[in-house]
Design a protein around this ligand. Structure first.
Ligand SMILES: NC(=O)c1ccc[n+]([C@@H]2O[C@H](COP(=O)([O-])OP(=O)(O)OC[C@H]3O[C@@H](n4cnc5c(N)ncnc54)[C@H](O)[C@@H]3O)[C@@H](O)[C@H]2O)c1
Ligand SMILES: [Zn+2]
Length: 679
């Protein structure tokens, strides 16, 4: 590869991995498996080592976790006294031998402690004089979220340490996770309430730590295993002894083992690889640690990992089953998704009958034939994935799977775009129903299930999701089995849904590619729906996490008059489509909204930060450097080279401070309420 190509590849991998990190750590979503994530990370690390001039301290190879966002749900963040690290992952014994050989070059006579790798969220528990005073998540390693209130609900974490042989200041590091039984219970309840079940226990544990209702946190039944101690004057010198002490102090500790050499480590790995599925919680590998503290400190840390520990991750077990048929489902956005119906198979306690095949590309890449023998991988998720086909078991009489030509719901000819098949019929029954189901789920409207939605649709009461807000008792009474109490409950829940946040309502609209994550990014950047409706493409793609595809989708969605009508109707019914802090702005012509600014030199009337705040409050964006998106440069005293750079760009208008102030004044008069909030 030439340098330009490598640079491009590195940039692309970093962008992708940063997105996955942000989703994984801040939104508890995993779009790809850990194995594939680690493969990409390894590829990036390899390229960065080959081309050291392209190394960058912000690369995901150097950074731990993801940037901590200050969200509504958490009250504060806090710095760690001792940095929290990640652990390097490996997937083979060969890599383990390489690791040992490497550290053997600096330390000798190594012994190890092996522990299961619990699949949850890292936690830092701070004890002062034996009392739990603070609990922080790992965050980016330097700074985490303060989750003390929720942590105090976990029974396996002592509020007060037992005994008295602990130092006055102590940090206990451990893993918070959700036992499988509790995870299943939570999902059963969600399904019963018509909500989307959570994907896996890890993400659910992480999400649970962030919720505000401590009663709910307690009910969910999180668990903690403690595996690391930090502090001064510790009464022990090895990991093995440390575990004995912390067990005595009141913690649950790993089912670990002291190993004198790699042979014993391999034995431990082999044992757990088979035994892991019998545990009441998920483990995803084995952590191997150098036992002696002295040797640990000699080996030290890289930017991201301790050199004295490594995680051997289990490759997922494959399960064999047979493809019976394929159902083509019509999604709410018209996308046709193929789902494989397979011979039912029991995988870690769940009977699997259906497996997603995602799209035509997946089917063709896999080369799936009818009646094929499929190999499924479960990972930490509830729904397994098809990872391979057992070609040896393919009979001669099978045919390759071809995609449908017509919509299975409305018979409309399908359109192919970006390798996906769509039904473009706006009145397609499945799409309409799908949109309503999505809205009801996202808005968390309980007591209205899929069956009820179908019935209301057929009776003509619910043709669009906003019709929910017109429903009356007399309509509901026309549905079989609905009596006074249920009707009251439904209408009450619909009314309650009006309290949902702007971010939820935006997500509920069902705009293509606008999931929870993107919706959050959008509401952080557009304080109300009007500014989003009128956002320009450049502004949208300048937002971290919003790419071309999403920007186009937003613009297309709001260019359809029916969708603008939907927004109007929702506003009429009192749904929130603005950040509560800022009152809804009545859209008027604005010179600032959606425009990009850069400042140079010193302003007389306000500081640079004040000016930035005002522009942002009025829907504009401020950049530090001149780029192709800039519309205005505001020039103050002792201006710098930015002015010269801007003059080279025809589209940039130059404003003196006075003209800038006049502009603000004009906007101020137009949008009094918003401006007052910016002061
Ligand atoms: N699928 C995705 O979208 C996605 C995104 C980001 C990260 N990931 C996965 O997460 C990994 C990085 O996450 P990470 O930094 O949290 O690392 P990690 O989860 O792979 O391993 C480090 C963590 O393991 C935990 N742990 C559990 N048992 C332990 C024990 N007995 N001793 C010591 N530590 C123990 C600790 O909390 C420690 O911080 C990636 O390599 C990838 O596998 C996946
Ligand atoms: Zn259709």
């Amino acid at each position: 590869m030439d340098n330009k190509k490598v640079e491009k590849k590195i940039y692309q991998l970093r962008k992708e991995l940063l997105k996955y990190n942000d989703q994984y750590y801040n939104l508890d979503i995993s779009e790809i498996s850990d194995y594939h994530f680690d493969k990409k990370l390894k590829e990036l690390s390899f390229l960065e080592n080959q081309y050291p001039e392209l190394q960058n301290s912000t690369s995901p190879t150097m950074k731990i976790g993801a940037k901590v966002h200050q969200t509504d749900s958490i009250s504060s963040t806090g710095y760690h006294k001792y940095k929290m690290y990640s652990i390097q992952n490996i997937y083979s014994k060969k890599e383990l031998i390489i690791w040992k050989t490497k550290i053997n070059q600096s330390v000798h006579s190594l012994s190890f402690v092996c522990e299961p790798k619990y699949d949850g969220v890292s936690i830092n528990l701070i004890y002062q004089n034996g009392f739990l005073t603070k609990a922080l998540t790992r965050g980016d390693g330097e700074k985490g979220e303060d989750v003390t209130k929720n942590i105090k609900t976990i029974k396996s974490i002592p509020i007060k340490l037992i005994g008295n042989n602990y130092p006055t200041y102590l940090e206990i590091r451990g893993e918070i996770f959700l036992p499988i039984k509790n995870f299943i219970k939570i999902n059963k309840k969600r399904i019963h309430n018509g909500q989307i079940p959570y994907a896996n226990p890890r993400n659910t544990a992480s999400g649970t730590l962030k919720i505000q209702d401590t009663k709910e946190v307690r009910e969910r039944g999180l668990f903690c295993i403690a595996f690391h101690v930090l502090g001064r004057h510790l009464p022990f010198n090895t990991q093995y002894e440390a575990m004995k002490y912390i067990k005595f102090w009141g913690f649950q500790v790993p089912k670990g083992r002291f190993c004198r050499n790699l042979k014993e480590v391999f034995y431990f790995i082999d044992f757990w690889e088979n035994y892991q599925n019998q545990l009441p919680y998920h483990t995803d590998g084995i952590v191997i640690k150098v036992n002696e503290y002295k040797k640990q400190s000699f080996l030290g840390f890289t930017n991201k990992y301790p050199r004295w520990a490594i995680a051997y991750k289990f490759r997922q077990k494959l399960y064999e089953t047979k493809l019976l048929s394929i159902t083509f489902q019509v999604g709410r956005t018209g996308i046709i998704t193929p789902v494989a119906n397979v011979v039912p198979i029991l995988i870690t306690g769940t009977t699997i009958k259906r497996v997603p095949l995602y799209n035509d590309r997946f089917i063709q890449n896999m080369g799936i034939h009818y009646k094929d023998t499929l190999l499924l991988e479960k990972g930490g998720n509830i729904i397994p994935k098809v990872t391979e086909i057992n070609i040896k078991k393919r009979s001669n009489q099978t045919f390759p799977v071809f995609f449908l030509k017509k919509c299975p719901s409305c018979n409309n000819i399908l359109t192919k775009k970006n390798k996906l098949f769509y039904c473009t019929n706006q009145n397609c029954f499945s799409q309409k129903i799908g949109k309503i189901i999505h809205f009801v789920n996202v808005m968390n409207i309980k007591k209205i299930g899929v069956k009820m939605i179908h019935k209301l649709y057929k009776k003509g009461f619910l043709y669009n999701f906003y019709d929910l807000y017109e429903l009356e008792k007399k309509d509901l009474f026309q549905i079989d089995g609905v009596k006074e109490k249920l009707a009251y409950g439904i209408l009450n829940n619909i009314e309650k849904s009006k309290k949902n946040s702007y971010c939820r309502v935006l997500f509920s609209l069902g705009i293509r590619y606008i999931g929870e994550y993107v919706s959050k990014k959008l509401t952080e950047n557009f304080s109300n729906i009007n500014s989003l409706i009128h956002a320009n493409y450049n502004h949208l793609i300048s937002i971290y996490g919003i790419g071309k595809k999403i920007a186009k989708s937003i613009i297309t969605y709001f260019s359809i008059s029916e969708h603008q009508y939907t927004v109007k109707i929702l506003l009429k019914y009192g749904l929130k489509l603005h950040i509560s802090k800022y009152p809804m702005m009545i859209k008027k012509y604005s010179l600032i909204q959606g425009k990009s600014f850069v400042f140079t030199g010193k302003l007389y009337c306000m500081t640079r930060n004040e000016a930035k705040n005002i522009v942002e409050c009025l829907g504009g964006i401020v950049y530090n450097t001149v780029n192709n998106r800039i519309n205005f440069i505001v020039v103050g005293k002792n201006f710098g080279k930015k002015l010269k750079e801007s003059m080279k760009k025809n589209h940039v208008k130059i404003l003196t401070e006075q003209i800038f102030l006049d502009l603000i004044q004009k906007e101020k008069n137009q949008n009094k309420s918003i401006f007052n909030n910016c002061q």
